[in-house]
Design a protein around this ligand. Structure first.
Ligand code: AMP
Ligand code: MG
Length: 350
């Protein structure tokens, strides 16, 4: 239950409403919380250099205090203010992927409070490309801490309505810029180790990074359950729908048959069932609440719908969800990383 009035303002790209942006900037500067669109997911912003403001994010989300926040900036001078010992490869990576869906981790400078970094001596930094995000960061003082704008543990928000569902009454303002374009959180790359290590997969893939700087490794915990992840937030149950979600993996024909059998069995028992299929497969399913997540021809369409579909099944109070499995190439590795976490790694192989 909330207690404060949350102001909601629609903002249009290409013609940002100056009054709304000034209001949002002023809220951030006086230590308040503003949710805003980015190209990845909606973020919940606070002044990253104001410890009290950053701490409000944890309270509003119910986020564990050891789970650090990403600091959002709009230029490279800002990076030099908050990070030290920045390795020389950073320039090439920033030139190639900033602004964009990539977060880099560096040793932090003294201006960044430990309340922002979850007590760590490192700081995660991203330069988003979304026009509303960039304008808000500048209006709010240039250093905006922002994790995803969901209640901790729920799927990340890809529309302003998702933010409202979770945080209305708990934050000062929501900037509604419509649906996001990517739909999965940023790739996190640890620049404090050599070679750099991916701690969370995202739209900027290992292959893309390697083309730019040579060898890049991947934290074992990204692939294997049970490993202790290097990004503190990755150890928590995440993105989880209320229903029991299972991923069915194998040849398409067998997967469809298995999902149909499981769904029929549960429906007979009187349960509500959701099915996650694709444009190519949905016509093969026979019962339950059948949703197409996108097309296998272009996996970015799957990425952008994943979290919204998990939320729709929550709203429909579904008991069981059966999902097809996806390729783990390119953005597919980020899709599967989120889907496996949402399923608590429950995979049925056929
Ligand atoms: P969110 O913005 O909600 O996706 O959460 C931010 C993610 O970045 C979490 O998984 C954090 O654990 C990770 N993160 C932020 N700062 C650091 C850091 N200094 N070192 C490692 N991981 C970090
Ligand atoms: Mg999050």
């Amino acid at each position: 239950m909330g207690h404060m009035e949350t102001i909601i303002k629609k903002v249009k790209k290409g013609q940002l409403d100056r009054e709304s942006m000034e209001m949002a900037g002023a809220i951030l500067k006086r230590g308040g919380l503003v949710a805003f669109p980015t190209e990845t997911v909606y973020g919940l912003g606070a002044d990253a250099l104001n410890e009290k403001a950053a701490e409000k994010i944890y309270a509003a989300k119910g986020r564990p205090s050891d789970n650090p926040l990403i600091v959002h900036i709009t230029n490279l001078d800002a990076l030099e203010k908050i990070a030290i010992n920045i390795p020389k490869e950073t320039k090439a990576i920033a030139d190639a992927f900033w602004p964009g869906p990539l977060t880099m981790i560096f040793e932090k400078s003294d201006v960044v409070p430990l309340g922002t970094t979850g007590g760590l001596n490192t700081v995660a930094v991203r330069m988003p490309s979304d026009e509303v995000a960039a304008a808000l960061i500048d209006a709010g003082g240039g250093y905006i801490a922002a994790p995803s704008a969901n209640t901790s543990g729920r799927p990340s928000p890809t529309m302003a309505e998702h933010v409202e569902e979770d945080l209305a009454g708990r934050i000062d303002m929501i900037l509604d810029g419509g649906p996001v374009s990517i739909g999965l959180e940023s790739t996190i790359l640890d620049m404090t180790v050599t070679p750099p290590m991916i701690l969370r997969p995202g739209a900027i893939t290992k292959e893309m990074l390697e083309e730019c700087v040579g060898e890049v490794t991947v934290d074992k915990a990204v692939i294997q359950p049970g490993q202790r992840p290097k990004a503190p937030g990755m150890k928590y149950r995440h993105y989880a729908p209320q229903a029991k979600l299972s991923i069915v993996e194998g040849d398409m024909e067998n997967v469809i048959a298995k999902i149909n059998a499981l769904a029929e069995e549960k429906v007979k028992e009187g349960c509500k069932v959701g099915i996650i299929g694709t444009e190519e497969s949905v016509h093969n399913y026979r019962c339950g609440d059948i949703k197409s997540i996108g097309t296998r021809e272009d996996e970015s369409t799957i990425a952008v719908h994943l979290f919204a579909i998990l939320r729709e099944f929550d709203a429909d109070e579904v008991d069981y969800i059966y999902s097809e499995s996806f390729d783990s190439e390119g953005i597919g590795s980020a899709i599967m990383n989120r889907l496996l976490k949402a399923a608590g790694h429950h995979v049925i192989t056929v």
